[in-house]
Design a binder for this molecule. Structure first.
Ligand SMILES: Cc1cc2nc3c(=O)[nH]c(=O)nc-3n(C[C@H](O)[C@H](O)[C@H](O)COP(=O)(O)OP(=O)(O)OC[C@H]3O[C@@H](n4cnc5c(N)ncnc54)[C@H](O)[C@@H]3O)c2cc1C
Length: 326
């Protein structure tokens, strides 16, 4: 019998009962199982495909959805330091490989999704808040300069990690500082200068989870801000496959080049491999046309890189994060 991912999704293991649960024969990820009295949701062998834009890939060995900040800190402090930890936002820039992700994947929920104005030009944003919520709160608070976040389908944590940018704006230009929970469980505030930002890259410490960020804009009129958001939204709609299973820009723009042009010139527009295809609409987007595996998607990306290298001598670098085991 073929079972869908949904039908085999295990029940979440909550709180201290975790110590006696866990999957058969699996090493518990705690030094002291259950000792910290978890209040969030911990799920063993949790399918990640439903949680990422590509809708492909394997399961997380453990998926942890903390109840609040203290819960996340306690969890990480008690976690065996050998266990790898990775944050997941909306999975809009990620290929989860088919063999799944070892260790713990942390996904921030409602407690981390608030956005509030703290002064006339600054917003305090939870790490799990969406770009749409940040930009609409900025509009309602008369803060201009954050409109570009409206068009990036991710969370604040993902924006901070990836230095997300569009339409002339970039996170490094609006970020004041961010709060991160380090792999040890320690809460730390990192100013923008400590994040080593370059194009679509930050030096965020390995395993650190961004739980909040302060974004600063400039005073603006709500109507003008809304008009700019509408302009950006319409431009996106016209140029990108927003309703497809995709992962955003596949490759970084190499110095002096635009990735989509290189891919197009290599003759890859519409090129397909298994269930994966280079978008006809925007050649720097790969799409899952239905039943692509992550192996199909990654192999297609590698083939595109090869063709661009051979035809134009330029090495494309992946922008999409590829995580887990093949
Ligand atoms: C249709 C479409 C259009 C896009 N357009 C743009 C664009 O114009 N500009 C642009 O920059 N990007 C774009 N993207 C890519 C993507 O939206 C951004 O990279 C976004 O920042 C990813 O956010 P996320 O929360 O979904 O992160 P994910 O995809 O879930 O993760 C991306 C990386 O961020 C890390 N991460 C996520 N949350 C946290 C956290 N709380 N703490 C620490 N690390 C974290 C992950 O571990 C991973 O390394 C687009 C994607 C799509 C699907």
């Amino acid at each position: 019998m073929i079972m869908s991912a949904e039908s085999v999704r295990p029940e979440p293991v909550e709180g201290p009962s975790f110590s006696s649960a866990g999957s058969e024969g699996k090493k518990q990820p705690f030094d002291r199982p259950g000792a910290n009295g978890l209040r969030g949701k911990l799920t063993a062998n949790a399918p990640l495909a439903p949680l990422v834009w590509f809708k492909s890939g394997g399961a997380a060995e453990w998926l942890f959805e903390p109840k609040d900040l203290a819960d996340l800190q306690g969890f990480l402090a008690d976690l065996d330091p050998e266990v790898p930890v990775m944050a997941l936002g909306l999975g809009s820039n990620m290929i989860v490989r088919d063999g799944g992700v070892p260790g713990v994947v942390v996904r921030l929920g409602k407690a981390f999704a608030k956005v509030t104005a703290v002064d006339p030009v600054t917003l305090d944003c939870g790490g799990g808040a969406s770009g749409i919520l940040v930009s609409s709160t900025a509009r309602d608070s008369g803060v201009a300069g954050l409109e570009f976040l409206r068009s990036i389908p991710g969370t604040v944590g993902g924006f901070v990690r990836m230095n997300g940018g569009a339409y002339g704006g970039e996170v490094k230009d609006i970020l004041v500082d961010c709060d991160v929970v380090l792999r040890s469980g320690e809460l730390k505030t990192l100013p923008v200068a400590d994040l080593g930002y370059t194009y679509r890259h930050s030096a965020l410490p390995e395993g650190a989870i961004v739980v909040a960020a302060r974004f600063r804009g400039r005073p603006g009129e709500a109507a003008d801000i809304q008009a700019e958001m509408d302009r950006i939204g319409a431009s996106r709609e016209a140029s990108q496959p927003l309703r497809s299973k995709t992962g955003g820009s596949t490759f970084k723009n190499p110095d002096g080049h635009r990735a989509w042009e290189l891919v197009d010139k290599a003759g890859c527009r519409g090129f397909a491999l298994g269930g994966a295809q280079v978008s006809e609409k925007h050649t720097n987007f790969l799409i899952n046309t239905g039943n692509a595996t992550s192996t199909d998607i990654e192999a297609l990306g590698e083939e595109v890189r090869r063709r661009v290298r051979e035809s134009q001598g330029v090495e494309l670098e992946w922008e999409i994060q590829r995580v887990g085991k093949p």
